[in-house]
Design a protein around this ligand. Sequence first.
Ligand SMILES: [Zn+2]
Ligand SMILES: [Zn+2]
Length: 128
Amino acid sequence: MKIIIKGKYCSHCGESDCKHSKPNEEAKLEFFPVYQERTCSIKEFNQKFGKIEGLWESKGTEHKEIECDNNGCYCDNGKHCRRRMEDKKYWCIDFKSLSQLQEFFNEVGFCKIYKEDQDGYGLTIDLD
Ligand SMILES: [Zn+2]
Ligand SMILES: [Zn+2]
């Protein structure tokens, strides 16, 4: 189970994926897919935002529409458009078991865990 460990912001490079930003001894840099999602159909996107942002299919790959399963969402017709953008490098740890994850939590003490809905990748642990 790969979990992204949020890199420290490096004031030298201005990056969070450089060698100075390594958040933890065990963390390794790996590429993760990045997805973009908007709360409208592809047709709606192109009508509303196409002029300014470019047509939905003009950027990224794997363009598709997915059914919205979020009751609190304000989308009109229950459809979201989704596309895959260029992979990005993140620090991550590949946890082999829940007990390894438990050990990690015991070691670091306080941390925040969240899921980046916008980007569509898995869990992120923020040690700050
Ligand atoms: Zn740096
Ligand atoms: Zn929705």
